[in-house]
Ligand binder design. Structure first.
Ligand code: FAD
Ligand code: NAD
Length: 367
């Protein structure tokens, strides 16, 4: 099996070339992939360094060079999707003729399994922090001007902080800044900003330190990763989302993506499990979205409700799921996505399997 894999990977090894004009240098990567897209390219340029990573199936191709001369940070990344060509257009700081692109840095021109490529971090500035609930905040971080990075739907990345002398990393799933735009324009397509919805645990290791960051402070942010593929919802007719607490975060982009991009979609039903009503994230936005789009339905379930709560109660259970996960049409294609505390996900999957749902009808968000 490994031999077959090796042969496949050898066939698709990308290659690169470069050329220049008096004021620019273009690095061209031929990926040999017909379905290249901008989300598969993560690039960072600083002064004299270029690091460009391109994801080709399960592999990562890397361009990593100390450039001959300094360039500006506002690099242009061009992706020719059909021919699989990726170009980094760098603006020279001085109009000199370069004899070579530069010196190779670690792992330059290598093609390895994504899992064997270490995570790369860049420092990002905290631009704003707003409260979503009593313990959860929306953090907005700005990517450096020389970074090209887009986080695919359902993918997460890692934040890194040094806490009492030790580097600590934790995964977080970017969200859009809101679910319903009051102006009815497409929700922020701004690629320079990344939004995170993060719950602060007073006894936690990472989040209390994160919460002390001031606007203008820096935090390290990795390349994205994840096992969700957009193709999983391509021809889905019924989408079910089961979220527990901050397990809501991967559902945010997924929900917006499905409602705007899927031609076959008839219904998106979300069951959102929380302890108390105060814990429900973006409750009014979810209710507003349900009013705006008849395909979307939201149900809240509380495990520790106050007496006044008239909605559903309890923890994830077979009876709640059998009542909720119902096809809108006999035999229609469905996907059930689940995310939340580990035992919540484990139990959810068990119940769904016992109810007869196959593995490819269930997607579980994990690292
Ligand atoms: P931790 O130190 O991990 O502690 C968490 C809680 O457990 C605290 O209340 C702490 O007191 C308690 N605790 C810790 N150790 C023990 C113990 N031994 N016994 C009993 N209790 C204990 N979170 C988000 O808020 N937003 C996201 O978008 C998000 N995305 C994620 C994506 C992925 C793929 C994964 C796997 C997780 C994601 N998380 C997200 C969770 C996040 O990665 C962290 O786990 C979370 O922020 C807690 O970090 P912490 O270090 O502050 O808390
Ligand atoms: P929480 O404690 O507020 O609980 C959320 C819901 O889950 C509540 O309804 C609660 O009753 C239920 N729940 C909690 N423990 C349960 C158990 N043992 N069995 C059944 N139900 C249970 O949750 P939180 O503090 O917001 O934590 C969210 C979790 O989601 C974290 O563990 C985080 O790591 C995870 N998460 C994962 C991803 C991912 O992509 N994998 C993304 C975001 C969050």
């Amino acid at each position: 099996k490994n031999k077959v894999l090796d042969e496949c990977s050898r066939e698709i090894v990308p290659s690169y070339d470069w050329f220049q004009t008096p004021d620019s240098v273009t690095v061209v990567i031929y990926t040999k992939q017909k379905d290249m897209n901008s989300e598969l390219v993560i690039a960072d340029v600083q002064e004299c360094k270029l690091r460009g990573e391109i994801i080709v199936k399960d592999y990562s191709y890397l361009i990593h060079v100390e450039l001959s001369y300094a360039v500006y940070e506002d690099m242009i990344v061009q992706v020719s999707e059909k021919v699989g060509k990726v170009e980094f257009v760098l603006k020279k700081k001085e109009n000199l003729s370069w004899k070579k692109l530069g010196q190779p840095l670690e792992s330059h021109n290598s093609f390895v399994k994504c899992t064997d490529r270490g995570l790369y971090y860049r420092k990002c500035k905290l631009l704003s922090k707003t409260n979503v609930s009593h313990d959860t905040r929306l953090f907005c971080v700005g990517l450096p001007p020389g970074t090209h990075l887009q986080v695919p739907v359902g993918h997460h990345l890692y934040l890194r902080q040094t806490i009492t002398g030790t580097e600590i990393v934790k995964p977080y799933t970017p969200v859009t800044p809101c679910l319903v735009s009051p102006l009815k324009i497409p929700i922020s397509n701004d690629k320079a900003h990344i939004f995170f919805m993060i719950k602060i645990y007073p006894g936690g290791l990472f989040t209390p330190v994160l919460d002390t960051l001031q606007i203008g402070d820096y935090i390290s942010l990795s390349n994205p990763e994840g096992n969700f593929r957009k193709s999983q919802i391509e021809d889905v007719e019924d989408l079910f989302l089961l979220a527990g607490g901050t397990g809501f975060t991967p559902m945010v982009k997924l929900l917006s993506y499905a409602l705007t991009h899927s031609a076959t979609l008839r219904a998106v039903k979300m069951m959102f499990f929380n302890k108390t009503e105060d814990d429900i994230l973006w409750k009014s936005q979810l209710e507003q979205l349900a009013l705006n789009d008849t395909r979307f339905d939201i149900q809240f379930v509380l495990s520790e409700p106050k007496k006044e709560w008239t909605g559903k109660q309890g923890k994830i259970s077979s009876s709640l799921l059998s009542e909720f996960v119902k096809r809108s049409k006999h035999d229609c294609k469905m996907l059930i996505c689940i995310c939340g505390p580990l035992p919540f996900m484990e139990q959810g999957i068990q119940f769904l399997q016992a109810l007869g749902h196959s593995g490819n009808e269930i997607h579980c968000f994990t690292t």
